[in-house]
Write a protein that binds this ligand. Structure first.
Ligand code: NAP
Length: 437
């Protein structure tokens, strides 16, 4: 029986699905010992710090992760940072294969003047702030203006706009960070405008997320009926083959035709607006767009501009993988061929393919990479793994420590009728984990 040591770096969906694929591939001839290494003191990646708090169903995948973690061949090493506590080179030497499932946590830049003004930020700052990510505990966001603008026409833009535009009491029973809930309750924002640079037919929203907007109790959702109908007209002949497009445009038509009355909160979706410049004195006060039009199904710029007076601008235009020492990044992802990076190093998930797809997409993606790794594995190394690499004083959050943190959050949440009360302070998380060991 051959036993191979695998290091999975990153405890998000791609990391767990990679582990699961290794577990499923075991047989009478081959087994795998998997060490999962995570920078934060908590696992689950985007399921914890990306998925919106009012989407609890999506988070139930964490039950699958915990089942994977219960297997005897799995060990969690959270609160361990690559490049600081251990290097890729060291992992490469100690393990038969290293899989980088490190996601893409840096927001892409708009690259326009004024982007660095105060209260102009990326989704990659705003989303982890409301999801209690320890690195964003002290992020400063001023919600005192009446209008916020979200740039980008994808599901992350919808998440952000919804959180800002909804009545915050609708978030009371969620696991949103307590600091964010307090700020949202103080917020003066009553209008949130999502601005996409192309037409309704090009939007990256999914119809489910569009439909969910109509369920907001106290927010009027508005979309330009004329623009939606034009897109509908341009594409209705293709609906037989383009099911996603058909569903999206139908969801938009539904939104356009059903506006709510008597509520003061508004979420508006605008199209054909390319951001040109953010204006303001120290803090943002206006965003200027160039108006585009669709001609022969192509999006072209006009010479007209449109501007919105706003005190908060959030760009949700995609993500890039953050570089780790010794690993080459190309076009926002780890340079790889079908998941192979170099020697015995591989990658999966958003770090491999870019920031696309839903959580489940990582399952098939990771299975493909694991199949490739298994094909390339020859003779197991005689090595100790990560335990020989870490300083003896290093505070690892292992699975038992994490279960203590998890239980503490769930118990604190119960009193408040929430699924959990997330702890966003890194030291506190470590301290709770430490008490268990
Ligand atoms: P996305 O789906 O790729 O959308 C990015 C949007 O940004 C696109 O509309 C894109 O427009 C626009 N954009 C890019 N560069 C721009 C620029 N310079 N100026 C203006 N607009 C620009 O990315 P995402 O919203 O970050 O989502 C990432 C992935 O996570 C997606 O697969 C998404 O479905 C998934 N997700 C799913 C859920 C859910 O299922 N509930 C929730 C959140 C995220 P163009 O098309 O013109 O480039």
């Amino acid at each position: 029986m051959k036993n191979f040591k695998i290091a999975v770096v990153g405890a998000g969906p791609a990391g767990y699905f990679t582990t699961q694929a290794f577990q499923n591939a075991q047989n009478s001839e081959v087994s795998f010992s998997i060490d999962m290494i995570e920078r934060l003191p908590t696992p689950w990646g985007l399921v914890r710090s990306g998925v919106a708090p009012d989407h609890p169903k999506i988070k139930t995948v964490s039950k699958v992760f915990e089942k994977i973690a219960k297997e005897a061949n799995f060990r969690l090493f959270a609160n361990v940072e690559i490049g600081k506590d251990v290097s890729i080179k060291e992992l490469r030497e100690q393990y038969d294969a290293v899989v980088l499932a490190i996601g893409a946590s840096k927001g892409r830049k708009l690259g326009i003047p004024g982007e660095s003004l105060k209260n102009s930020m990326s989704a990659s700052d705003f989303v982890p702030w409301y999801n209690a990510h320890p690195d964003y505990e002290n992020t400063e966001i001023d919600l005192s203006c009446d209008t916020a603008v979200v740039i980008g026409a994808g599901n992350v833009a919808i998440d952000i706009a919804r959180i800002l535009a909804m009545d915050p009491t609708e978030l009371d029973s969620t696991d949103i960070a307590q600091h964010a809930l307090i700020e949202l309750k103080r917020s003066n924002i009553r209008t949130v405008i999502i601005c996409g640079r192309r037409g309704p037919e090009h939007a990256a929203f999914t119809s489910l997320e569009l439909k969910n907007l109509t369920k907001l109790q106290n927010t009027n959702v508005v979309i330009d009926e004329l623009q939606v109908n034009s897109a509908y007209g341009r594409y209705s002949n293709f609906f037989e083959t383009e099911k996603d497009l058909k569903n999206n445009l139908e969801s938009m038509k539904f939104i356009a035709e059903h506006s709510k009355k008597g509520v003061d909160r508004k979420l508006e979706i605008k199209f054909l607006l390319s951001p040109l410049e953010i204006r303001g004195n120290k803090t943002v006060s206006e965003v200027v767009f160039s108006i585009n039009k669709v001609s022969d199904k192509k999006v072209i710029a006009t010479d007209q501009t449109f501007s919105i007076q706003t005190g908060l601008i959030i760009s949700a235009i995609g993500y890039e993988t953050v570089a780790i020492p010794g690993i080459e990044i190309d076009n926002g992802r780890i340079s790889n061929i079908a998941g192979h990076v170099e020697h015995n190093v591989y990658t999966t998930g958003w770090a491999k393919r870019g920031p696309t797809g839903v959580i489940g997409t990582n399952k098939s993606d990771s299975k493909d990479v694991v199949d490739l790794i298994i094909k390339n594995l020859k003779t197991p190394k005689n090595s100790e793994g990560i335990t020989t690499l870490l300083r003896s004083t290093h505070e690892v959050i292992n699975q038992t420590s994490w279960e203590k943190i998890n239980a503490e959050e769930i118990i604190s949440g119960q009193i408040l009728n929430k699924p959990r009360l997330k702890i966003s302070n890194r030291l506190k998380l470590i301290q709770i984990g430490r008490n268990n060991t």
